[in-house]
Structures are given as C-alpha cells and as structure tokens.
Design a protein around this ligand. Structure first.
Ligand code: SF4
Length: 740
C-alpha cells in the first residue's frame, strides 16, 4: 500500500540530501523498489508526469491500485520511481477530479464570479464546441482560434492543424533556445547525456537531482560511482551540489562569462580534442576567427562578471580540457538558459562539448538510438493543411531564427495590446494559468474571449474563464508506445496501458480530438476507405510497422522491448555542412552572432530592487500540476522563500517569519527560510504554488505564485534587447524584500 512513509522512504525528501553524503543521499531519495517483489498479476506501464516516462509496474486488486513500483529492466529509471510517480494513484483517485462535461451558466468570467457549472452530456459538449468554433472560424477566420496546448498527443496536433489554428506552448521558458542552437551546432537536439562514462562533468545551473527526472538523475549517480569529477556552478547549493566535488556560487547570469573563459583557455593552451575538431567540425575553416574571437574572454575578465576567481576558472578549464571524456550537460530549465543571454549561453556550452570531442561519443552528448515508429500523419496521411496565420499572437515571427515553439512570455501582451480583439475561441489543455509570467495579465485577456474550452484532469484556475470543461483521462488510464530518448544508446520502448479504466465520464485526448474532428474537419479524420480513423487502430498499425508485434495487444503483454545493438559513433552531423559547427554561418547570414559574445542578464540589482530572484522546481512536484496530492504537499509545505541569514538580518526578517517579496510587476508574501545555501544577493522562490481554484481541496489558496513576480514580455523587448532566440527570461528579474 502507498503511504506517506513509503513515499518518504522510497522517494525521499530534499532535506535528506542536505545531510547525507551523496551515496546515502541518493539511496534515501530514490530507493530501488525491487525490495518489494512484484505480484505476478502486475501490469507494466509508464509514468506520465514527466518525460522521463519511467517504466512502472502497477499491482491492481479489486479494481484499485495497490502498488506502483519502478520497472528494473527499464534503463531510464532502473527500478526507481520518484515521489510523484510513487504517489500517482492519488491523482487518479483524487476526489476533486473532473468527472463529467460541464458548461458555464454565468456569462461573466473571472475569479470573483461563480461560473455556475452544470453537468451536460458528451454529445451536447462536443456539438456545442463544434458549433461555436465553426461559427468563429466562419465569421473571423482561423486566426481567431488559438490552441494553448503542447503539440502532443498527435491527435490534438491534427485537429489544430486541420483548423489552421495557431498553437502556443511553453518552450520559450524551457529548452526552446537550446533546440535551435543544437540544430545549428551539432545537427539535432538531444536530451541524451552519457554522464556515466564521463570523467569530468561541468554543470551550469543543472539540478536534476532536485528535479527528480530519474533518467538524468541516474546518469549522474553512475558518473559518481565511476569516479567522475563533478563541478557545479549555481547561485544556490542545490541537491545536485551535494553530488559535486566542488560547487561555485556563481553570480546569476555569470555562467556565460565562465563558459566563454573556459573556451578561451582551451583554445589558448590547445587543450581541446584536435582530432575531433579537424575531422568533424568547422574549426579548421574558421580557426583564425574563432581564436581571435575568444581572445578577449580571459578568466581574469570572467571573474569580474561571475564572482568566481580567475584561478579557479583557469584550473577547471585545464582539467576539463585534459580529461577525456569531459562534458557540460544542458537541459530544460537549466538555470543558466533562462536569462536574457540564453542564446550565447547555449552556444558557448555547445562549443565546450564540441571542443571536448564528445558529440555522439561515449561519455558525451549523443543522439539517441530509437525504434522508428511511424507517426499519425505517416499512417493516415491528411489532406494538405491550411496555412497558419502569418502574424502570430505571440509575435514569434519577429524572431526569424527562433524555432517552431510558442511563447508564454509574450502571449498576454499579444492578446491585450498587439491584437486586442483577435482571439475569440481558445482550446486549452495541458497547462495551468500560473505557468505564465504575470498570469493576471493573461487572465484579464481571457475574460474577453468569447468561447473557451478546457480539457483537464483537475479543476484548475483556468476554469474561471472557460465556457465548457471536458474531463480527461490521466496516464494510468491511457495507451501509448514510448520510444526512449534520454538514455538510449540502443533502442528500447515501453508501453503505456490502462491500469484501471478512467472514472466517471472521463475520456481520452484521442477521443476528444477525433470527435471534434469528425464534426469540424471530417476530411482530416477519415481513412482512405472512408471510415473514421481510431486510436486503437493507430496503435496496432504503429506496433506492426515498427516490428514490435502483430498488434498493440501483443506489445502490451511484453510491456518492455529492447533491441540491443552496438553503439557506433556518428561521423557526419545533420547541420548544413555535415559537420559540428563552432562558428555558425546561418547565424551570421541573419545578422546574429556566429560565435557567442558576452551579454549580461537583463535585470541587475538596484537600490529599489537589490536582489536577484531565482525560482526553482521542487523535486516532489511536477511543476504546478501535483499540488492537489496531499502526500506530496505534506512533504513540501509550507512554501518558503529562501534568504541568506545575513540578508535577512539587514531587513529584520526571522526564520519562519512572513516576508513580502516585491518586483516591478507584483508581490507575494510567504514564510522566510534562512539558509546559507543561497548567495546573499539572491532570493529564492519555489514554483508551482498559489492555485486560486476553490475546487481544489488541497492546493486551492495554498502558497503564492512565483510568476506573479516575473514580468511578461513584449515581443519588441526581445527584438530590441538582442534576445533573438526568444528566451522567456523567467530568471531575469530582481526583487526587494521586507517583513510582512
Ligand atoms: S522521474 Fe518521477 S515523475 Fe518523472 S517519469 Fe519518473 S517517476 Fe514519473
């Protein structure tokens, strides 16, 4: 049975990490679950909270989940589950879950209004949505419809594409910048870091021990077991810092200076992999430009921008250049990549990896070996999709090299100032209102939207602005084939399958997309023989065409399937030149920097706002989606603002007392936690709290929203400031503090 004690034992609390040496710390945090034998009737599936998608075994008795355990044969999680995965059944059985389709009866929207929800049938809900979206499209065109949604599952993507809808996602706050830099420097983006075979690891703001993305956390654990030296730069002493041989409290934004200075030393002292550079990169072609460019970025200069002594930077660069393999991993929400200088940070880190000769090599950043599973559009080719609006509501077209990702940071300004009357209909799924910088601005814009649909599992804050709510199934109730990409030196897949059925009248995303598609854009949801396409047929066809079995039912029985193969390093790369590109000609052709230069972060302390604001994702939560789980909240509450004791003393703030944190756009009040694990010029706020929804009995009204402090952006701000790949700058904010 899952209990709080089990969770603490199996998944642990961050506090344990601050006390124990790293080996014990990891054991306490993510104990392997093979200690409890699997009952024979257990079902293989995969966690769906984060994209580590850890393999699970679920034991079901009398229609109820008794255990969720890690799947030992899955190389992602190696038998472990984090606190979120271990307690996933709490989400499934949450009494607050959305149970039936509902419609609003009060036309006035906003947190001060009772929407007057009434239950409706699925037929009424789907017919109403189709009629309203159809009317809006007819009257105003497709640009009046907006999807606030990820690009997955593919069923939703097909619906949006068929309707010609613009889609907004969160990737400007996440790894969007690194996608573009990776494509241009090494040919493709990849989350696969072979840390366990690295000898020397440099972490710029990378904190995956706290984030509990197990596939990555396991890699660092094994690196330590294998004797790697790990160096961390971070303004906070994080759980990952416990695993570091040395931790340097870098000034926020100063990571870029250190990376540039490390490149300077590697080039000056010829401490790079010359063989790799000559065979597989464009270094020979641009050597003179590259050497001249980095000449100015000495460790002595970097010390003035980072607060890390020049002698330390020089030593680390020499160690990095002399150890093989050496690697500097970067990942989503890596702290350093969320400043305004994200593009040069990602580029400089890419160069550090290229100079180490580690691209697609053991101990480095590699491209995952995956099983080729044909996508929905390959199996059921759609008619040509209509053109998407050329002028996006988030303004991303003004950043011509930014990737195909959405911009949470600019959508509120797009909807209120740039195109105030444009969006009439919204389809919202998979996101929460307090994910957006300055969510109150977006909420004001949502009030004016004529018709908004939400697909969700729980009654979250965005429901204050919705007209129709559709109850979604969650991952323990769904089916999928998951190709591994984080730790896949040879291909393997794991299935996701329903452990128990979705409760009440919950329905899958595929059901919702197909039923709306049939009503709105039927030609896109028909097979060649005229019948409707279906999610079960798609899975059967994917299984068969990928050679995974005769059909999905057969694959479900296997649960997990690996194809061992030797790892053969690449010798060509998918860039325009077929080589890794240190100097990026495509950036130069657009008038951007072909080699990274120093740029400070956007906001620096001032007399009015004397402290850097840093936010972090508590490891026991999946961002802001698991705060209604009482076990996780028992681990994580109270929400506390971390302040260095010397800073707190200056303001008369005591440990546990209330502190008000103010930025130029908002303020929050929470308990102070005095700790020497943060720099004295930094104030640290956890992300994920402050849900307003009265329908969430655990999370509603608890804690404060970090994003109330973080400015939303205007697209012009990004263009004018040279933020040319569109980082959402969620760490680029300064604040003042005072006793509350
Ligand atoms: S790391 Fe945790 S939340 Fe992420 S997939 Fe694994 S068990 Fe689930």
């Amino acid at each position: 049975m899952i209990t709080r004690r089990t969770v603490l034992h199996n998944a642990g609390a961050a506090a344990a990490l601050s006390l124990a040496p790293w080996r014990d710390a990891f054991a306490a945090y993510f104990e392997q679950s093979q200690s409890v034998p699997y009952p024979p009737e257990s079902i293989v599936t995969a966690c769906g909270f984060c994209d580590s998608a850890c393999g699970m075994r679920a034991t079901v008795q009398d229609g109820a989940i008794r255990f969720l355990q890690g799947l030992p044969e899955d190389p992602h999680n190696e038998g472990r589950l984090c606190a979120k995965g271990t307690t996933a059944a709490w989400v499934k059985n949450d009494p607050d879950r959305l149970k039936f389709p509902m419609k609003r009866t009060n036309p006035r929207k906003g947190v001060e209004e009772d929407p007057g929800w009434v239950r409706i049938s699925w037929t009424e809900a789907l017919d109403t949505i189709a009629a309203r979206f159809g009317e809006i499209r007819e009257k105003y065109g497709s640009e009046a419809l907006l999807a606030i949604s990820r690009g997955s599952p593919a069923w939703f993507a097909r619906l949006y594409n068929a309707l010609g809808m613009e889609r907004i996602d969160h990737n400007d706050l996440c790894y969007g910048v690194d996608i573009v830099v990776s494509q241009r420097t090494i040919g493709a983006h990849s989350f696969a870091w072979d840390l366990e075979n690295a000898k020397y690891i440099v972490l710029f703001g990378w904190d995956f021990m706290a984030r509990a993305k197990l596939s990555l956390a396991n890699r660092l654990l094994h690196a330590k077991e294998n004797g790697a030296r790990v160096v961390g730069f971070n303004p906070l002493h994080t759980p990952t810092a416990r695993f570091c041989d040395e931790w340097h409290p870098v000034r926020p934004g100063g990571d870029l200076a250190i990376a540039l200075a490390m490149i300077h030393v590697l080039l000056k002292e010829n401490l790079f992999d010359r063989d790799f550079a000559e065979k597989y990169t464009n270094f020979p072609q641009y050597e003179a430009d590259i050497r001249a460019h980095f000449e100015k970025y000495s460790p002595e200069w970097a010390e003035t921008e980072s607060d890390v002594p020049a002698s330390v930077i020089r030593r680390i660069a020499r160690e990095y250049g002399s150890a093989r393999p050496a690697v500097t991993p970067l990942h989503k929400k890596t702290l350093a990549a969320n400043y305004q200088n994200a593009a040069p940070v990602c580029h400089a880190i890419a160069i550090l990896n290229i100079l180490a000769g580690n691209i697609d090599r053991p101990g480095g950043r590699y491209f995952p070996r995956t099983i080729s599973i044909p996508a929905l559009d390959a199996i059921y080719p759609p008619p040509a999709y209509p053109k998407l609006p050329s002028k996006r509501i988030d303004g991303r077209e003004k950043l011509p090299l930014a990737g195909n990702y959405g911009m949470f940071s600019t959508i509120a300004d797009g909807m209120t100032r740039v195109y105030p009357d444009r969006v009439k209909g919204i389809f919202w799924t998979g996101y929460h209102l307090n994910s957006f910088p300055q969510p109150r601005l977006l909420a004001e814009a949502l009030k004016k939207v004529e018709f908004m649909v939400i697909v969700d599992i729980l009654p979250m804050d965005a429901m204050y602005y919705a007209d129709i709510v559709l109850p979604n199934t969650m991952f323990l109730e769904g089916s999928d084939i998951l190709n591994r990409t984080y730790n896949a030196k040879s291909p393997f897949v794991v299935v996701r399958q329903p452990v128990t059925p979705g409760p009440f009248e919950t329905r899958s995303s595929a059901f919702i997309a197909i039923e709306l598609g049939k009503r709105l854009v039927p030609d896109y949801f028909r097979k060649a023989d005229g019948g409707w396409i279906s999610s079960s047929e798609l899975l059967d066809e994917q299984t068969r065409r990928a050679g995974l079995g005769e059909n999905f039912a057969e694959l479900r029985k296997k649960g997990f399937l690996a194809r061992e193969q030797p790892f053969t390093p690449r010798t060509t790369f998918a860039t325009a030149t077929g080589k890794c590109q240190i100097y990026v000609p495509e950036f130069a052709a657009r008038g951007y920097e072909p080699l990274p230069n120093w740029h400070p972060k956007r906001e620096s302390p001032s007399p009015q706002f004397p402290y850097y604001l840093i936010t972090y994702l508590p490891g026991e939560h999946k961002r802001n989606s698991t705060q209604n789980n009482p076990i996780l909240m028992e681990i994580s509450l109270p929400m506390r603002v971390k302040i260095h004791p010397s800073t707190a003393r200056k303001h008369g703030i005591g440990d546990g007392s209330l502190v008000r944190v103010r930025s130029r756009v908002g303020e929050i009040t929470a308990q102070a936690q005095l700790t020497e694990t943060v720099r004295p010029d930094v104030v640290v706020v956890p992300h994920g709290y402050g849900h307003k929804s009265p329908w969430l009995s655990v999370a509603g009204g608890v804690g404060e929203t970090d994003n109330d402090l973080i400015p939303a952006l205007r697209i012009e701000d990004l263009v004018e400031s040279g933020n040319w790949l569109g980082s959402g700058c969620i760490m680029d904010c300064v604040v003042a503090i005072e006793p509350a």
